[in-house]
Design a protein around this ligand. Structure first.
Ligand code: NOJ
Length: 971
């Protein structure tokens, strides 16, 4: 039970007693969800039937190719309901993605068809070169640069297959589980009400409808769960679809679940879980560390992988969805998607490499927004810093202990009676001055704004929303929905209402007056950024702690249709609001708990209320990796664990893990003891300080990785299968990963009393260097597991040979203060004496980079004829970039841009070369100034001991970051 101790919330607590103690039983299993039960029963019947044919077929006479060949449409019928009409549409996009849509036409009602309009960044461009050809039993299009791709729609039964070089990659309805439940009237079938418990599936085999659909109207017209009744005015409208990936033995994706990265099976005798994976955004209190249960966010994208290729599907559905996974054949993956409502709108991503599928998904839903650079620093949060002076104290203490920090956070208790935006002046009398004090050392504040609006007359935000009719309605479409959250009796802003957008965004207009005379958040500054929590939405007295599905949004859509998108819209609005606050615009920071496909455009996510256990620490990493490949890479978990009081050992390990998460924030529940890093005793305090400093030193690596992700859609944390797609040993690895393409390989320790770690080195003949000790490990073409020291103060962190890693090693209080700091370059040579790396820099806060104000360097090392040459060149001028994100354009770049001028004096102050021979001479440029250097020879490996690499340190070469240069090392 969440126990709240502050006076301000005692009242609301009294109103939400046990609703807070959420347990597994508070959430549905598949067997408690009507459409999931129906979907699984359909699959079970199909499995048992000696012959099973999908009743859906294409009417060959209706097939129409658009005049420009851009799309093909066809009428589809179900043998069971010949009078019901469906329409299928296929389009091939210019990057080879195939979009498959199907909807009921002329039905009694309309299915929700707007999920993709919220998820997609723009309407995809359709290929101009595809040629469709129709045959008697199918229509096909062969396309791709080498005509290697083919999409085939078979008519009877309806099947869609995507092939590469004649080999099936993705198949829809291969198992015949497609079923779009059409709208019907209640009287249409003879109703024999059977409760879920009583139901006996005794099929009338002479009745084909019963053969396919089952012979009871199971959960069609209403459904009960946990004391709530879901009235279902539209009746059954679920969508069942099987998606198979022949020749692809592993599947990944569909975050958010607390499970392994390679998704376990949910069907079959040896299934890991008995329930399907569920996507239904939910506030799950004390969630399990291994479970297919849904959590706070849902991204319906799945990748299937083999040594040969990677493919994917993005299923643009916003309603509750369950996904079964099994392997009908050991080398294939099979999945069954069951959604409560919505049209069929599936995108087939042909790959064939991991980078290709990420780019294809990125072109659809957008890549992650380029973050403000400060937001990659360390965030200090707890529920709650209790006053302005408390905030000032934490900021000061971090300084006193020389610990860097960029952001200090305020949870819900800053607000008066949980009326968000309204400061509780008893404890926060001077919010603007407090923020200014924090900002004086380059820091920011993040303040929480939840989506529930306290229903009270002295809350202008609620009053304005309700007067304007901007809140979610009850099933009658008229009355305002009321539920319970932190603020007590509340209503919810309906972000689907177009009228809510400008109104909500204008709330943030600092001290400017609104055109409509409305309220604005005068007690805020540009240095205040936002945390959107509870946006699933979490509703303490709602079914499954969320909004009843029969509540109504703008346009008459039921909450059931839009549930998984709801949270994303709120963060989208918040993002737009923050962006509009400053001129020129500054990059906002918004943290969200709930998310959907596309949320990456509006900021970061975290994994919610984890427990302070080793198990949760470990699964948090897997969840962050799943989000990384799910297109939402700005991700992290509460460092320290939200619940509980971690021992110093656990806290140190959690900081080590957090420092290698894109989003690095410590957070704690209101009942926990204070645990700011300076509060620990020695030697732990020093360990935390070292970790924080390591994170700050490596900010250039993170920023470069974020930029690459924004441009290409590749994840920031890269699991092994992404880096080494052909190395089968790495397919299931999810406790170690690479950071961008920096060459850093990390294995955070998530177990107690650990002194060493087994790290798997990928299948390649390559040297890996210990980042701290320079021990050198040699991998092999078969891959190799090595033992790396991991005493409590040590993080198993390796640099892959062939990498150049830029860092900034001057300790500072916050990231913006590092703006003009010099760089260290670690050059880790491969066995050929070569290495490469990149460095991306811009002002870190505005959008001037979109106008070409940035610096992008190509760093390289090469050994030829006894000369090792380390060089820096202008990468922006080279054509090596593949652009997916639409925010970053290289067309407008010029080497002499304003930002390049601003950092004109920034230099390289140290170059550390690992694995080089002893130099005779080191100069800047051929025949140029001689540089000062120091050489420590390597120690050869002996017995079981690893050798140590040689270390050549070149001192202050004064090579300027914005200029081309060569350091010439004569060996
Ligand atoms: C739930 C969030 O997950 C948690 O991080 C936060 O502290 C509480 N809500 C209170 O706002």
């Amino acid at each position: 039970m969440r126990v709240l101790t502050l006076l301000g919330i005692a009242a609301s607590l009294a109103l939400v007693p046990d609703a807070l103690a959420v347990k597994e039983k508070d959430f549905k299993t598949c067997s408690q969800s009507g459409f999931c039960r129906r979907g699984r029963a359909l699959a079970a019947r199909a499995k048992e039937a000696s012959s099973w044919n999908s009743p859906y077929s294409v009417d060959a006479s209706s097939v129409a190719i658009s005049p420009d060949q851009a799309s093909v449409t066809a009428g589809v019928k179900s043998l069971l309901y010949p009078e019901v009409k469906f329409e299928l549409e296929l389009r091939v996009h210019d990057d080879g993605v195939v979009r498959v849509r199907m909807d009921e036409v002329g039905g009694l009602k309309k299915r929700y068809d707007e999920a993709s309009s919220w998820a997609l960044i723009a309407e995809p461009v359709v290929s101009k070169t595809v040629q469709w050809t129709a045959a008697k039993d199918c229509i096909r299009a062969v396309y791709g640069p080498k005509k290697e791709l083919e999409v085939v729609v078979s008519y009877e039964p309806l099947r869609v297959a995507l092939l590469r070089n004649g080999k099936a990659q993705v198949q829809l309805n291969g198992h015949g589980l497609l079923h779009m439940e059409h709208f019907r009237t209640k009287e249409e079938r003879k109703i024999e009400e059977t409760s879920q418990e009583e139901e006996q599936v005794v099929l009338d085999t002479t009745n084909p409808r019963a053969w396919f659909e089952g012979d009871s109207e199971d959960g069609w017209w209403d459904e009960k769960f946990g004391g709530h009744t879901d009235t279902k005015p539209k009746g059954p409208e679920s969508l069942s679809l099987d998606i198979s990936f022949p020749f692809h033995p592993v599947v990944y994706g569909i975050p958010q679940h607390a499970t392994t990265l390679a998704l376990p099976t949910t069907l079959g005798d040896d299934a890991t879980y008995t329930d399907p994976f569920r996507l239904h955004n939910a506030d799950v209190f004390e969630y399990l560390a291994s479970s297919p249960m849904s959590l706070y966010g849902s991204i319906p994208v799945m990748y299937a992988h083999s040594e040969e290729s990677t493919v994917g599907v993005f299923n643009a559905v916003a309603s509750e969805t369950w996904i079964d996974i099994w392997h009908a054949k050991p080398q294939s993956s099979d999945t069954h998607w069951m959604s409560e409502s919505g049209i069929l709108d599936v995108f087939l991503l042909p790959g064939p490499t991991p980078a290709d599928v990420f780019a294809q998904y990125g072109r659809l839903t957008g890549t992650a927004a380029m973050p403000a650079q400060w937001s990659l620093g360390y965030h200090q949060c707890r529920w709650n810093y209790v006053s302005s002076d408390d905030v000032r104290m934490v900021s000061r203490k971090m300084d006193e202990h020389d610990m860097p920090m960029d952001v200090i956070w305020l949870d819900i208790e800053y607000s008066e009676e949980h009326k968000y935006f309204i400061w509780d002046h008893k404890t926060f009398p001077d919010p603007v001055d407090m923020t200014k004090d924090v900002a004086a050392v380059g820091r920011k504040m993040v303040v929480i704004i939840d989506p529930h609006l306290k229903r009270t007359s002295n809350y202008p935000v609620y009053q304005e929303a309700t007067e304007r009719g901007l809140t979610v309605r009850k099933p009658n479409g008229q009355d305002e929905y009321e539920g319970w959250c932190w603020a007590g009796s509340s209503s919810w802003l309906d972000c689907f209402n177009p009228g809510s957008w400008k109104w909500y965004q204008d709330l943030y207009l600092l001290d400017r007056k609104r055109e409509d005379g409305g309220w604005t958040w005068a007690e805020s500054t540009e240095d205040v950024h936002i945390w959107n929590d509870m946006n699933e939405p979490a509703i303490f007295n709602g079914p499954e702690i969320t909004m009843p599905k029969d509540m109504v949004h703008y346009g008459g859509w039921e909450h059931r249709d839009v549930h998984n998108i709801n949270g994303m819209l709120f963060t989208n609005q918040t993002w737009q609001a923050l962006k509009a606050r400053s001129t020129p615009a500054k990059r906002p920071f918004v943290l969200t708990r709930s998310f959907y496909a596309g949320s990456q455009r509006w900021g970061a996510m975290w994994t919610g209320d984890n427990l302070g256990t080793w198990e949760h620490m470990a699964v948090g990493l897997k969840m962050v990796l799943a989000n990384s490949i799910g297109g939402m890479p700005f991700a992290g978990s509460d460092v320290g664990g939200f619940f509980g009081n971690p021992e110093p050992e656990m806290l140190v390990r959690w900081y080590q893990l957090g420092a290698f998460n894109p989003f690095f924030r410590a957070h704690a529940h209101i009942d926990t003891k204070r645990r700011e890093p300076y509060l620990l005793d020695e030697p732990y305090r020093q360990m935390l300080k070292d970790i924080l400093r390591l994170r700050y030193a490596q900010l250039p690596i993170w920023y470069t990785a974020f930029h690459q992700s924004a441009v290409t859609g590749v994840p920031i944390l890269r699991p092994h299968w992404v880096m080494f797609p052909k190395d089968v040993n790495g397919f299931a690895l999810d406790d170690q990963f690479f950071v961008g393409d920096s060459g850093l390989l990390v294995k955070p320790i998530t177990t107690p009393e650990t002194t060493e770690a087994s790290v798997y080195l990928p299948a390649e003949d390559q040297i890996y260097y210990n980042y701290f000790t320079h021990l050198a490990y040699r991998s092999s073409k078969k891959g190799k597991t090595v033992t790396v020291p991991a005493a409590l103060s040590e993080i198993p962190l390796l640099i892959r040979g062939g990498s150049i890693v830029p860092t900034r090693e001057r300790p500072r209080r916050s990231a913006p203060l590092m703006k003009h700091d010099p760089f260290t370059l670690r050059v880790a040579l491969d066995k050929a004496g070569a290495a490469a790396g990149t460095l991306y820099l811009d002002d870190g806060e505005t959008y001037a980079f979109e106008q070409g104000d940035f610096v992008y360097r190509d760093l390289a090392a090469e050994t030829k004829s006894k000369v090792l040459r380390i060089s820096s060149r202008d990468l922006a001028a080279s054509p090596r970039l593949l652009q997916v994100g639409r925010e970053v354009s290289l067309d407008v770049y010029s080497p002499g841009n304003a930002y390049a001028k601003e950092i004109a004096g920034v230099r390289v102050e140290r170059v550390v070369v690992l694995g080089a021979g002893k130099p005779k001479k080191v100069t800047l440029g051929d025949g140029g100034r001689e540089l000062v250097w120091e050489f420590v020879p390597g120690v050869a490996a002996g017995g079981k001991k690893e050798g140590t690499a040689s270390v050549l340190t070149i001192k202050d070469p004064k090579a300027l970051i914005v200029e081309d240069w060569d350091i010439v090392i004569t060996l």
